[in-house]
Design a protein around this ligand. Structure first.
Ligand code: HEM
Length: 372
C-alpha cells in the first residue's frame, strides 16, 4: 500500500547493512572517540552532556561513514558540517531552508548567502576526498564511503560523485543528531534514577576487566535501558510520511490513493494498553516481554525503516558502557528533563547538564544524584 520513491529504494539496495565483522572495527572507533572526548572534558564543572554526545556522534560518522580520521580536510569538514548542522537545529535559523522567498544570496553575511557558501565548501572537500579515493583505492578500508564506491547497481554501474556526496550528507543528517539525542536521554535516565545506572554497572562487571565489545552490545539489561529510552523519549516524533497507493482500510478509516499517512511514534510508545504507566522509565518492560514491530517503532517500520538502526544501537551501548565504567557523573539538578522539539527531533530541553565527579578505577557503583 504505502511506498516511497524508486530512487530511495535503490539507495537502500546499494547501502550495505551495518553488521558483521565491520561492527567490531566500528566498535573500536566508537570506544576510542568516547575516551578522547571525555578525557578533554573538565571535571567538577557543569557541562552539557548533549553537546558531548553530539561531538562523539559527529566523529563516529566522520570516521565510520566518511572514513575521515585526521588531517586538514577532516578538520575543515568537521567545522563546516557542525556549523551547517546548527542551522537545522533552530526553528528560526532553518526557516529560510523551507521558504523560497528567504533564499536570497545577499552576500556572505546574509543567512542564505552563508549557507550557500558553506554548502559549496563542503561539496568541494567531499569531491576532493572522493577523487583521491578513486585514484588510491585501498581494499582494507571499512568505512561506508569506500563500500559505496565499490557498490554496483542492477546494471553494474557505480555511483556517480554526486550520488556519493548525497548519500554521505543524508547519512550525516539522519544519523548524527538522532544518535546524540538518544545517548543524552539514556545518560539522563541512568542518573535521574541511580538504581538504573547501578544495575547497568553490575551487569557490565559480569564481563570482567576488558570486555569484548560485541558482548557489551548483547547485555540484556543495557539493551533494555536503550530500548526503554527510545520508547519513552522517541527521538523522532513521527516516521516519514507514506502515500497511499491503492484503497485500503486502516483502523476503521477508509484511505484513498494519494492520502498522506504519518505513523506517530510518540503516541504508539505511550499507549497505556501496551506500556502501563507509560511515563515511568522501566527497562524491565523489555525483559518481561518482546514487543512486535507494530508496538515498538523507534526506527520506523517496513521497507523504509531506518538503515542506521544497528549502528545507532551499537554506538549507544558502547558509548554508555565506556562512560559509565570509567567515570562517575552526577546531574546538576533534580529537575526532570522535558522533551523539546529541535529540528525534526525531540531533545532534552535542558541539554542534560551533568558534572564529572570522579573516575572509576574498578567498576564501582555510580554516585547518587547530586544537587548543585
Ligand atoms: C537513535 C538513533 C536513530 C533513530 C531514533 C533513527 C530513527 C529513524 C526513523 C524513525 C526513520 C524513519 C523510518 C520510517 O519512516 O519508517 C529513519 C530513517 C533513516 N535513518 Fe535513522 N535513526 C537513527 C540513527 C540513524 C543512523 C546512525 C543512520 C546512518 C548512519 C541513520 C540513517 C537513516 C536513513 C538514511 C533513513 C532514511 C531511510 C529511507 O528513506 O529509506 N539513522 N531513522
Amino acid at each position: 500500500m504505502l511506498d516511497g520513491d524508486r530512487h530511495k529504494r535503490q539507495r537502500q539496495l546499494l547501502i550495505p547493512p551495518f553488521h558483521g565483522e565491520r561492527m567490531q572495527a566500528y566498535g573500536e572507533i566508537i570506544r576510542n572517540i568516547t575516551e578522547k572526548v571525555f578525557i578533554a572534558l573538565p571535571q567538577n564543572e557543569p557541562l552539557s552532556i548533549r553537546t558531548a554526545m553530539q561531538e562523539i556522534s559527529l566523529q563516529v560518522i566522520l570516521q565510520a561513514v566518511f572514513g575521515l580520521y585526521e588531517g586538514e580536510r577532516c578538520q575543515q569538514l568537521k567545522r563546516l558540517l557542525t556549523s551547517m548542522l546548527e542551522v537545522f537545529q533552530s526553528p528560526l535559523g532553518s526557516s529560510f531552508l523551507f521558504f523560497r522567498f528567504l533564499q536570497k544570496d545577499l552576500g556572505a553575511w546574509s543567512p542564505w548567502g552563508r549557507f550557500v557558501r558553506q554548502r559549496q565548501q563542503i561539496d568541494e572537500l567531499l569531491y576532493a576526498e572522493i577523487a583521491e579515493r578513486r585514484t588510491k583505492s585501498d581494499p582494507n578500508r571499512i568505512d561506508i564511503l569506500s563500500l559505496l564506491m565499490s557498490a554496483r547497481d542492477e546494471e553494474g554501474k557505480p555511483m556517480t560523485d554526486q550520488e556519493l556526496r548525497d548519500e554521505l550528507i543524508t547519512l550525516l543528517f539522519a544519523g548524527h543528531e538522532t544518535t546524540a539525542t538518544a545517548m543524552a536521554w539514556a545518560l539522563y535516565w541512568m542518573h535521574h534514577l541511580p538504581q538504573v545506572g547501578e544495575k547497568v554497572l553490575q551487569e557490565l562487571s559480569t564481563l570482567g576487566d576488558s570486555p569484548n565489545l560485541i558482548d557489551i552490545a548483547r547485555l540484556p539489561y543495557l539493551s533494555a535501558v536503550c530500548n526503554e529510552t527510545l520508547r519513552i523519549n522517541p527521538v523522532a516524533l513521527l516516521a516519514f510520511g507514506r502515500v497511499v497507493q491503492e484503497p485500503v482500510e486502516l483502523l476503521g478509516h477508509q484511505l484513498e490513493p494519494g492520502t498522506g499517512v504519518y505513523g506517530c511514534i510518540y503516541l504508539l510508545h505511550h499507549r497505556e494498553d501496551l506500556y502501563p504507566n507509560s511515563n515511568q522509565f522501566k527497562p524491565e518492560r523489555f525483559l518481561e516481554r518482546q514487543f512486535s514491530p507494530y508496538e515498538f517503532i523507534p526506527f520506523g517500520g517496513g521497507v523504509r525503516r531506518c538503515i542506521g538502526e544497528a549502528l545507532a544501537l551499537f554506538e549507544m551501548k558502547l558509548v554508555l558502557a565506556t562512560i559509565l565504567s570509567r567515570y562517575q557523573l552526577a546531574l546538576t539538578t533534580n529537575q526532570p528533563e522535558q522533551p523539546q522539539r529541535r529540528g525534526v527531533t525531540l531533545a532534552p530541553s535542558g541539554r542534560v547538564k551533568m558534572m564529572i565527579t570522579g573516575e572509576r578505577k574498578h567498576q564501582e557503583s555510580p554516585k547518587v544524584v547530586a544537587s548543585v
